[in-house]
Design a protein around this ligand. Structure first.
Ligand SMILES: *[C@@H]1O[C@H](CO)[C@@H](O)[C@H](O)[C@H]1NC(C)=O
Length: 374
């Protein structure tokens, strides 16, 4: 690629050594809109039909153990890393049925870092390669004190008295804000789940989901977390559809905002887009029922698996294990081989570090890195 001399002079004056900086640019915010649906009318009825479980009761009903681990990660925060249970016939470390993708913590939910008294991690997994993805996605609830966990299945209401799996939901990223869990839907936008309405179902029903006779089941899971809302991507002529590959919260710049990014193996015009949040109702800020981006940025990177912004600095994880950082003042920096296996979604915990997880079988670690060192 050739740059005019004046551009190169500008790079030199600003102290940038690489034209890679030029790849980052602001786009038109009004091209990036989402349409908010109403709150699901089925929830009030399902509340009458199914026992509602609080986080406290789920935390008292965890059935698996995380194990502390020590992956070779640059600037790892000591004591943060853990992996999943692998015992007897149960093996979350190596299973090819489920792949961990998204990560968020109770420090996203509330600034205090705790949710109803618990320090919790929520991790999403997809089942794209497991019986056609018919079970959709699940969320792991990890108690950071006892180090125990349990998987909870995501579901959506079906009619007024039933629910179904969200087949094929990749759940590449999750973000927890107050009682709401935002889950990315690659081509559709954001699905919203309400932690005030987690239902207990009959875990002896292991081959079906929804109403079975006079009981309710969900492929053997004990709890389901129902979708209550959708933020649907709005197409715009001349604008490549945004892919909703991952999501994070930015609490470091006010107002709080949600940062979405897209994965592509080859495209060099991928974007990160920000929508502002309303902390009073935990929803996106809208005008009417439309949420318009408060920032839309294009970068030149491929194979991006996670993104967030911390105090005005963007961070991107990449398939190869690199961590990209960028500021408008300082340009882009790529720290090579930070992670030994494909890192994913990002989530900042103030005072601890920047959390991510790795998805590859046998190398499925969750860990935090010291964000100040990048
Ligand atoms: C892009 O927009 C941000 C604000 O969102 C601003 O701080 C930055 O300077 C802009 N960058 C350029 C190159 O205009």
């Amino acid at each position: 690629m050739k740059f005019p001399t004046s551009t190169l002079v500008a790079f030199a004056v600003l102290g940038f050594t690489t034209p890679a900086f030029a790849a980052w640019k602001n786009l038109t915010k009004s091209d990036y809109t989402l349409k908010q649906s109403a709150y699901s009318s089925a929830i009030a009825n399902l509340d009458k039909l199914l026992p509602n479980a609080k986080i406290g009761s789920i935390m008292g009903n965890l059935n698996h153990d995380t194990k502390s681990s020590s992956p070779n990660v640059k600037n790892l925060v000591s004591g943060t890393s853990y992996t999943w249970e692998n015992s007897g016939s149960f093996d979350d470390m190596n299973t090819k049925k489920w792949y961990p993708q998204g990560l968020t913590t109770s420090a996203d939910a509330y600034e205090t870092g705790v949710y109803e008294g618990f320090r919790v991690h929520l991790v999403s997994w997809h089942s794209d390669h497991y019986e056609g993805g018919k079970r959709g996605a699940r969320i792991t609830f990890v108690n950071r004190e006892t180090k125990k966990y349990r998987h909870v299945l995501l579901a959506r209401p079906k009619g007024d008295d039933n629910f179904e799996a969200i087949e094929g939901l990749h759940a590449g990223g999750v973000m927890w804000y107050g009682n709401l869990l935002y889950v990315v839907d690659t081509d559709g936008g954001l699905r919203v789940f309400d932690l005030n309405h987690i239902y207990t179902v009959d875990d002896s029903i292991d081959d079906k989901i929804g109403k079975v006779g006079d009981k309710y089941g969900a492929y053997g899971y004990k709890y389901i977390l129902p979708q209550v809302r959708m933020y649907a991507w709005q197409k715009k002529g001349g604008v490549e559809d945004l892919r909703f590959s991952f999501v994070s919260l930015d609490r470091t710049t006010k107002p709080d905002s949600l940062v979405v990014g897209e994965y592509s193996k080859v495209r060099t015009d991928c974007r990160v887009v920000r929508w502002d949040l309303d902390y009073t109702n935990r929803l996106l800020k809208t005008s009417g029922d439309v949420a318009t981006a408060s920032e839309a940025v294009q970068h030149g990177e491929t194979k991006v698996q996670g993104a967030t912004s911390v105090d005005g600095k963007y961070f991107l994880t990449q398939s190869g294990g690199d961590l990209v950082s960028f500021t408008w003042k300082g340009g882009q920096k790529i720290e090579k081989d930070v992670f030994p296996a494909i890192p994913q979604d990002l989530s900042l915990e103030k005072g601890v570090g920047l959390w991510t997880l790795m998805e590859v079988e046998g190398k499925r670690h969750v860990c935090a890195v010291d964000v100040g060192k990048f």
